[in-house]
Design a protein around this ligand. Sequence first.
Ligand SMILES: C=C(O[C@@H]1C=C(C(=O)O)C=C[C@H]1O)C(=O)O
Length: 249
Amino acid sequence: MDRKIRVGAVQYLNTKPLIYGLQQGMMQEELDLVMDYPANVAKMLIEDQVDIGLVPVATIPKLKEFHIVCDYGIACDGEVASVGLFSDVPMEEISTVLLDYQSRTSVRLARILMKEFWKIDPEIIDTRDDFRGQIKGTTAGIVIGDRALEQRKDSAYVFDLGQAWKEMTGLPFVFAAWIANKKIAPEFIKGFNEANRYGLDRLEEVVEKYPYKTYDLFTYYKENIDYKLDSKKMEGLELYLKYLRQFGL
Ligand SMILES: C=C(O[C@@H]1C=C(C(=O)O)C=C[C@H]1O)C(=O)O
């Protein structure tokens, strides 16, 4: 390709280590970076406004062509901390669940867990804009990203979706991966992997650059988010995609 590759990334804290190298100037001749929340990055990739996006994996079935172009993504093996079902009341008293408009993967994961694992059948409502103020009484909500790290302080009950998936399946879970909607040159992929690794190898610098008081970022980056997309993660991803087909999600 003789133009720059257009890359869409997510504006959450969990993405900072992956794009730190790019933001330090790596690959600046080869790519342009735009940032948005996950559902919008998915839309950009589907509509070909970007060539590669850090997109929710629930986008995969919506693409005519897809290639996972990086060894790193947003995944977990157990508690993820930033994706939860937040509630004032115990699980069995929840009447309504609001679904985060910024998410494509976790909202579908929540539907799977409610049916197969938690065995609850509340009213489910899609949201369009900030809805966190409505999480009260028997109305619970699925919240993702930095807003979920904040919501942990506001809700009496936090049901972690990474933890629930692990308990149900014994597997890790992949939320988002760098996915291209067309073939990308191997030299670009090699450089892109190195750029992703740059920040992961320098977490102290990343944390220093983006200080955050609400949640300990070392815990988040080292114990909650698990960035390497190894074969066990791919097994978790395959199983999730199978559930999406089974439930028509
Ligand atoms: C773990 C997270 O994964 C995110 C969850 C996504 C989704 O639900 O669609 C998409 C991208 C990821 O950034 C998070 O942001 O908290």
